[in-house]
Design a protein around this ligand. Structure first.
Ligand code: ATP
Ligand code: MG
Length: 450
């Protein structure tokens, strides 16, 4: 006979799931970073400084989609570039078969937008954009698969003065951020014609020395011989050093443009070196190209790269429009900045509100709304707990003051305010008019004149 069932026992019997696998934890895509709240505060601060600086030179925002048609980058950046050959996140839209790509840079998308909306019709444009870009590279310090750029473009300007303005502007930014030891390298890539002549002389030269080329170089010989000059292979250094220089193919106009840029930089005391090997990894550049480089970030030391791209708008189907721009890698800039910056971020919240009882909790909810009506930033404690644990949270929050509501305060229509930063002190205020009292406490310069 089976034993009688004990209802209590039955109630606590649970299925044994210990042998079942737990759902696996999902992780971010490799090379793509979460920017967590503490770090976000630094990003916000940097973005404020950048926007101020951009306004100072009359640049206005533009925001284009993260996703663009793949042919935009193939045509705009060039088929035989690192980006298009191997770094793009591209896919086919399942629903309509469109070829799409997550932007690997901003310039092509901005040029597309400028053409589509005829933006330079009435006047040239100075614009900037900030946001994520995507490149399928090997992740390492300073090199990610999703990273952020500040991109600045001046469209419709042909003179060397705008090239120089962009460079001088960057030099001001480094000074504003207190950054030192960022060096500037410049080069002139000439006109399309001049590059063509140089290209031919490179093909001739490297063909004569084909036995000395590595596999990469051989592949590039007839597609993009200029990129062979960028080789990191030590065995090819001597060959590359003796290769024909673009400089000897530059005509008067290109030389005058480059000299014009250099003259303006010297006028403003901007120090630079001319690096004839600087070609940049994108096809669309002509005339001025430049990079800002630091030795403080290990091997990924290029903070900013840019140059002139007079042919791009036409290549993308627009009217010929001279243009020049640059992009800053924000992760690298932020890392460099964090080494020099004093860590004194302003408080993100003014008050942290804590309560002792259920009634006080209810009152603090509406009181917090009244303080926000008055323009204060208020963090209301969530989830109850002892006064001690609530005050601990208040301290951790970085708020300037804690506003405390207990039963005594409820009775008296008052609130206790405890100063959390600097010298600690505690005082009582009426709930009516609390926001005025807090304003005086937090923001008035002349203490004690009440
Ligand atoms: P690099 O030579 O380092 O690959 P790049 O010439 O490919 O740079 P640009 O296309 O000129 O870079 O992009 C402008 C800036 O964006 C770079 O100077 C750098 O600061 C930043 N950057 C480029 N690629 C990455 C990446 N994968 N991760 C983080 N920042 C990057
Ligand atoms: Mg690259």
């Amino acid at each position: 006979m089976s034993e009688p069932r004990d209802p209590e026992k039955i109630a606590v019997v649970r299925p044994d799931r210990s042998s079942e696998p737990r759902p696996s934890r999902l992780q971010a895509v490799k090379g793509m970073n979460d920017i967590l709240p503490n770090e976000c505060a630094h990003w916000d601060q940097l973005e404020l400084i950048l926007k101020d600086w951009l306004r100072c030179y009359g640049y206005r925002g533009i925001r284009t989609p993260v996703l663009e048609p793949t042919p935009l980058f193939r045509r705009g950046i060039g088929e035989v570039t690192d980006i298009v050959e191997k770094e793009m996140f591209s896919f086919t839209d399942r629903l309509n078969g469109d070829e799409l790509t997550l932007r690997p840079e901003f310039t092509a998308g901005i040029a597309r937008s400028v053409i589509e909306h005829n933006l330079t019709y009435a006047a040239p444009q100075r614009v900037f954009s900030m946001g994520p870009v995507f490149r399928h590279e090997r992740p390492q310090r300073g090199r990610y698969r999703q990273f952020h750029q500040l991109d600045v473009e001046a469209l419709g300007f042909s003179g060397p003065d705008v090239d120089a303005e962009l460079i001088v502007m960057l030099s001001r930014l480094w000074a504003d951020l207190g950054l030192q030891n960022i060096r500037l390298e410049l080069n002139c890539l000439g006109s399309a014609q001049e590059r063509k002549a140089h290209r031919q002389s490179l093909i001739d030269y490297f063909s004569e020395n084909e036995a000395l080329l590595d596999e990469d170089a051989r592949r590039r010989l007839h597609t993009n011989p200029l990129r062979i000059l960028d080789t990191k292979n030590p065995a090819m250094q001597a060959l590359v050093d003796a290769a024909p220089r673009l400089e000897s193919h530059l005509g008067e106009e290109s030389k005058a443009h480059f000299e014009g840029v250099q003259r303006l930089l010297k006028d403003c005391g901007v120090v630079f070196t001319v690096n004839p090997r600087l070609v940049r990894g994108l096809d669309y550049y002509n005339l001025t190209v430049f990079e800002w480089i630091t030795d403080q970030l290990g091997s990924q030391g290029t903070i900013c790269g840019g140059g002139r791209y007079d042919g791009l708008v036409e290549v993308l189907g627009g009217k010929p429009t001279p243009a020049v721009g640059f992009a800053i890698g924000l992760e690298r800039l932020l890392e460099l900045w964090s080494e020099t910056r004093l860590d004194d971020l302003p408080a993100e919240v003014d008050c942290y509100m804590v309560y002792q009882s259920e009634n006080a909790r209810r009152r603090s909810f509406s009181l917090a709304e009244q303080l926000r009506d008055a323009g204060l930033n208020v963090l209301l404690h969530g989830g109850g707990g002892s006064m001690k644990s609530q005050m601990k949270r208040a301290d951790q929050s970085g708020a300037s003051v804690a506003v405390i509501l207990g039963d005594d305060e409820l009775q008296a229509g008052t609130a206790t305010v405890k100063v959390l930063r600097g010298e600690s002190s505690q005082m009582q205020f009426q709930q009516d008019g609390l926001s005025d009292a807090l304003y005086d406490l937090l923001f008035s310069d002349d203490e004690g004149t009440e």
